[in-house]
Structure formats: structure tokens, C-alpha cells
Design a protein around this ligand. Sequence first.
Ligand SMILES: Cc1cc2nc3c(=O)[nH]c(=O)nc-3n(C[C@H](O)[C@H](O)[C@H](O)COP(=O)(O)OP(=O)(O)OC[C@H]3O[C@@H](n4cnc5c(N)ncnc54)[C@H](O)[C@@H]3O)c2cc1C
Length: 552
Amino acid sequence: MSASPNHSGKATESYDVVVVGAGFAGMYMLHKLRGQGFSVRVYEQGDGVGGTWYWNRYPGARCDVESMQYSYSFSDELQQEWDWSERYAPQPEILKYANHVADRFNLRPDIQFSTRVERAAFNETTNLWSVTLSDGKTVTAKFVVLATGCLSNARMPEIRGLAGFKGKVYHTGHWPHETVDFTGQRVGVIGTGSSGIQSVPVIAEQASHLTVFQRTANFSIPAHNAVLTEEERQAFRAKYPEVRHFARVESRNGIYAEVPDRGALDDGDNERRSKYEARWNHGGLTFMSVYNNLALDKIANDTAADFVREKIAEIVADPETARLLQPNNHPIGTKRICIDTEYFSTFNRPNVTLVDIKSNPIEEITTNAVRIGVKDYEVDALVLATGFDAMTGSVAKIDISGRHGQTLNQKWAEGPRTYLGLMSEGFPNLFVITGPGSPSVLSNMMVSIEQHVDWITDCVTHMRERHLAAMEATKDAEDKWVAHVNEVADSTLYPQANSWYMGANVPGKPRIFMPYIGGVGPYRQICDDVAAKGYEGFVMTGAEQPRKVAAS
Ligand SMILES: Cc1cc2nc3c(=O)[nH]c(=O)nc-3n(C[C@H](O)[C@H](O)[C@H](O)COP(=O)(O)OP(=O)(O)OC[C@H]3O[C@@H](n4cnc5c(N)ncnc54)[C@H](O)[C@@H]3O)c2cc1C
């Protein structure tokens, strides 16, 4: 850090890099940049590290990528020494891991907690960012890295009367730190995405009655979560070099799994069914990797979707409840598939009711009930499992202005535009980790986070070595990348779903397929090639003269 006087005569702190957010992305960004000798300051609005795992403390919260893989790979010592207790670690354990990493790599001295970044403005004369904080201070930095998270801006539903509800209201993405005990209470859960699906079975065990308000039924595969034995951990650790290499370089989604060599229609009915059955019994996200065309061919996809719908009908005793729980408005896998523990069987409990709010939307929330038509569902507490303003929500809450005073919100008004999901034209020296236009939420995020952090570190080191002042995506490269992202998405079934990948869960948000579906391995190769060609598609401005490298 250095200090220089500002216009009011006070000293302004100045850093090489300001990082916004201290989740897994911000923490690793800090560690990596500091290791290269950069001065770095991280600002985090929460009062601890861990991001997602700091905020999402709802009952049943756990990862859906297996923990041995949903973990950092940058330090072999770290991955060899940390003991995951279960196949899918629960939220408290993942948060403990984040804190362990913060301590082990001595990250805390460079993180300022309980501090929001409110504004960031680029000064075209000095090529510095001016970053305004919630404590009123302004600091400057050559680079700003937005590690603000794709699923960090909890979305409150707009339901009439919600503010007047007299009971407790909880959002899964903003859960209190103290234990919430629903014993003896009538609880309503609104929303049946991943957080709803994880929390419903646990809340049902406590509540006197649980009413689940469902707008969209979602596909969910059993986790078959289990305690990991020391032998299992050791066996996995022994093959870490292979697992991590595969996840980074060969996989499409950052997960170590068999690569399917045939399509769903290449097998006969019995063979196909037994493969789905085996995957269902194995559990987890690899269900969709059984065939290579489930995301591409609707008829192939229907075979997997039908299998899951049949499973739901087998599990759920009441035929009408089973029918409502069977997803039928999107191909399987085109919304992030959920991974559950006893979700569907929970609806066989006498204290659980499913209410369809697609055909009969919630009219209002009264002081003590959810009103649908003439019926009031009385509840003592409400759990809003209504998800996030995904991928762009937390970025949009920061007032970011780039060249010519243009704000990022103005530029992204019709949907986010980036080159490689890393930078946006007109906003020099501003990076986004796992931003729109990168594989991001379609992947094991740990793999994508590490890839972006490594790439950004190499990039700013390259600039430092060459005394370059500013770097910016060209409009041409960005336009081509946006077109490519759309073209790849359109060749799949994904855009057929009204998903949060499309921004469809937020009223008024432009419908754009935000993540890059081309696959983690191929995407990494593209980013590496861009760097190897001297950061093709970016303009780098030195102290003396601009240097432009055209995109091919
Ligand atoms: C319940 C849940 C389960 C998940 N499970 C998985 C999984 O199994 N596998 C997987 O790959 N992914 C999973 N994800 C996605 C998860 O978000 C990522 O895996 C990962 O944790 C993201 O890390 P991050 O650091 O990029 O963002 P985050 O963890 O979201 O951290 C961003 C941080 O930035 C802070 N911040 C934002 N704006 C500002 C600001 N203006 N000023 C200061 N601070 C700010 C936030 O407070 C937050 O702490 C899950 C997400 C959720 C919600």
C-alpha cells in the first residue's frame, strides 16, 4: 500500500489491486497476487470469509459437487491435510474450511470486513480506479477485481403484504447466524429450487406443519450422501493429480467423471433404463453425464426426464402431489439440476403439504397467512427460498463507471457483455471472476475460480513486467465473444428453460443466456491461447504508446 494526498489534502490509500468480496474467489485472488508481490486490499461486506458459505446457513445447506472436488487445488498440502467428513459437506464444514484457508495463508490482515464497495470510477488521466467504501473512505487502485459472486445477491420476491407479515421471515441466502428452531411452528417455504429442495426435508422434521409453495417443479437427483471413511479419502487423495487435471483440462463442467461415448438413443430401452438406474443409485450431478447428447437432443433428453418423473411417481404416495412435483416445463439439466436428501419422500409425511402457486399464484401475504384465492394458509414463519439475482446482481449493485463516465449498468442494460467473461470494453483494468460469458455457474465453481484467478494474475504480472498502464477488451473481440457465447448456447436445449441462467427469475431482467456453455476444458484453452498471443483481443496501453492486438 502507498498513500498520496487527495484533493481535500487527506492521504488516500493506494493499492495495486482492490478485490471486492472474500468468498473462495476473493480469498484465492488475494493469496495469488500477494505471492507475486502486488499490494492488495480485499473488501468484504460480511464480517467473515467464505461468501456463499457465510451467507447461506439455512437448514440442509451443503454443496452439490462432491467435497473432495469442491475444494481448492492450488495447494497440495492443503488438499492432503484437510479431512472432509462427508461426500457432500454441510455448510458449517465448508465455512470452517474457508476459515482454515484464511488462517493457513494468513489472509485476514489484507481483508477489511464489514465494508461494502459502493462505487468504482475509472480516471482516464491517471489510469487508476477510485473505489468508494461504505465507511466513507475512498482508495485508489490500478486494478479492480470483482469477486462478488454469482449467487450472492438474494432475491426478495415481490409479494403484496410481505412487509406486514407478523411472523419471522427468513431468506435462505441471508440466514441468521444463530440457530433457527422451527419446533412446533407452522412454516411456509416459498420456492423449490436448490435451496428449497435442500431445506424442506430438514424443516419438515422440526415444524408442526410445513407448507411448500411451488411455482416450478424441478428435477432433483438423490445425493446418497454418506460419511467418508479415511480409506476413501486416502484413495481419492492418491489420485488427485489425475482428478484435478481432468477437471481443469478435459472436463466440460469441472467434475471428474466418465466421458460418455454414446447418445441416449444408441441404447435400447432396457440398457438405457439400467444405466439411468445405476446413476440414480450412485447419486449426484453425474446423472447427466450418462449420455453425450442429453443437453443437445430433446428426444434423448426426454428419456432421462421421463426416468426421473417415473421415480418421483414411485416415491410420492399421493398421485396428485406426485404429478405436481414432476417437472414438465423444461428439459432435464437445462436448469441446474438439484441434488437432494429425501426431498420427494418428505411429501409423504402427514405434516407436509404441497401447494401449486403456478396455477393459483399467491395473492398476498396477510399478517399470519399466505393467501391464495379464498384460502389462507396460516403460518408462523416464512422461508423464502427464492434464489438470487444471479451472475450480474451483485455487480449491478456497485456504481461502476468506466471511460467517458459510462456506467456498467448502462452498458449491460440489455444484458451483460464481456470478452471471455473476464472484462468488458470501456472498463479498463476491471476484471470479473466467473463473470457472464464464462463457464461459471455451469461448472464446479472451484475449478473456474482458480482458472480465472491464475489467468488474471498472469495478466497483471505481464503488464507490470512491460510497464503497461491499462488493459481493455476491444469492442470487436467482445462482440465476437458475445456472438460465440450465444451461438453455442443456441445449439443446446438450455435456452428452452426459463432459468436463472437466462435471468428469467428476475422480473424485467433481460433474457440472455449468461454463462458460456462451451465447456471448462475448451474455455481454458481459449483463454490460454489469448494470453499466449500477447492478450489477443485486448488493447494494452503503455506509458509511451498504445499497443493493439487484434482478435482473430
Ligand atoms: C447454497 C449454495 C450451494 C452451492 N453449492 C455449490 C456447489 O456444490 N458447487 C459449486 O460449484 N458451486 C456451488 N455454489 C455456487 C457458489 O456460489 C460458488 O461455488 C462459490 O462459493 C462462489 O465463490 P465466490 O467467491 O465467487 O462468490 P461468493 O461466495 O458469493 O462470495 C462473494 C462475496 O462478495 C461479497 N460482496 C459482494 N458484493 C460486495 C460489495 N459490493 N462489497 C463488498 N463485498 C461484496 C459478498 O458478501 C460475498 O461474501 C453454491 C451456491 C449456493 C448459494
